[in-house]
Design a protein around this ligand. Structure first.
Ligand code: GTP
Ligand code: MG
Ligand code: NA
Length: 343
């Protein structure tokens, strides 16, 4: 109903997994962009963020479930690197999110950073969906662009289906060895105890409707309390960056609450708390990746959940991974504050 829609914030979804399983490519496929090909060596080296409005998700999932009711305003997806040297960024991403996508390459099965990611998610009891990606690499796969996965599988030859089932069974066994029950999502009768697998292709888009719809429906059904919008600002610094014309800026994920231009904020600095005033609030356009060059939208205020670039004075020593606070009218700024809690 309308009331529920007003009061739910967008879920924050982190995409994790071993290097080159197709995390960025999956997001490219949903956005209609080409971010992955612009990356140095095809390797993600920073945390990314993209906002997907509900209208776009609706459009992408209507063939699968024309009558599905989306109650959340959108989905904020955090892209993380899979390379082994970036475990701090995976940890930062997993600490922020409400739900996650764990990407597994169907040709490779579980790999070291799949297991590392899995353990990060388990540590915080975060729900996740497995995207079993690169199904188009099965020998003889017939492309069925952007189709729901059951429809795409129904069009495959017997040999393709046999190879698919064999690889799926291997992956389920590998998860079992990690102490986890998994099942292909449309056969999963015990959602919550058994984790769902959605087969996908980031190149031809099969299974993307299923992945998006599952993420949204699952989070709005089971996480109402967590996703209920509250006024209290909850905000984490993702990156500290120098931007020509803006000086040192911070990219933050606003998990809850509203930020305004002119708000007095406290950030954690390596040399003590930084107290400053928000000069401007900038976001990328919907469906655009934060870490890619492009234009910004300016806002007087931004409501959670959203990823925002904040410009303000004195951010040079801000520390990524820490939380940011807004000083209300009744707070004595002179009070010693201990916000330095790296996540
Ligand atoms: P890192 O961020 O560096 O960990 O990698 P990633 O998981 O984001 O993978 P990325 O999107 O960089 O894709 C790695 C390679 O796999 C690229 O060459 C992609 O084109 C290719 N790839 C990704 N998804 C698919 C897919 O579904 N099918 C096929 N055939 N290739 C894919
Ligand atoms: Mg990537
Ligand atoms: Na890559």
């Amino acid at each position: 109903n309308e009331v529920a829609k007003e009061s739910l914030r967008s879920p924050i979804c982190c995409i994790m997994g071993h290097v080159d399983t197709g995390k960025t490519k999956l997001l490219d496929c949903i956005r209609g962009t080409n971010v992955q090909e612009g990356e140095a060596g095809g390797i993600t080296q920073q945390i990314g963020a993209t906002y997907f409005p509900a209208e776009n998700i609706r459009e992408r999932t209507k063939e699968l479930r024309p009558d599905a009711k989306l109650k959340v305003p959108g989905l904020l997806v955090i892209d993380t690197p899979g390379h082994e040297s970036f475990s701090n960024l995976r940890s930062r991403g997993s600490n922020l999110c409400d739900i996650a996508i764990l990407v597994v390459d169907i040709m490779h099965g579980l790999e070291p950073q799949t297991i590392e990611s899995l353990n990060l998610l388990r540590k915080r009891n975060t729900e996740f969906i497995v995207a079993l990606n690169k199904v188009d690499r099965l020998y003889g796969w017939k492309t069925c662009k952007n189709a729901p996965i059951e429809k795409a599988l129904a069009l495959q030859s017997k040999d393709v289906v046999i190879e698919f089932n064999m690889r799926l069974t291997q992956v389920i066994t590998q998860f079992k060895e990690q102490g986890l029950n998994t099942e292909i999502y449309y056969k999963n009768k015990e959602m919550g105890d058994t984790f769902s697998i959605v087969p996908t292709s980031a190149i031809s888009g099969e299974g993307i409707p299923d992945l998006l719809l599952y993420l949204v429906m699952w989070s709005q059904k089971t996480m109402v309390e967590k996703l209920t919008f509250v006024d209290k600002v909850q905000c984490t610094v993702l990156e500290v960056k120098v931007i020509p014309g803006h000086g040192t800026t911070i990219d933050v994920v606003l998990v809850n609450g509203v930020l305004h231009e002119g708000d007095q904020i406290v950030a954690c600095g390596s040399q003590g708390p930084i107290i400053t005033t928000v000069r401007s609030l900038l976001t990328r356009h919907p469906m655009k990746e934060l870490r890619v060059k492009g234009t910004y939208q300016h806002h007087r205020e931004v409501k959670a959940a959203q990823c925002i670039k904040i410009t303000a004075q004195g951010l040079e020593h801000a520390v990524a991974g820490t939380s940011l606070h807004v000083i209300g009218p009744d707070v004595d700024v002179g009070t010693p504050m201990c916000f330095l809690k790296e996540i």
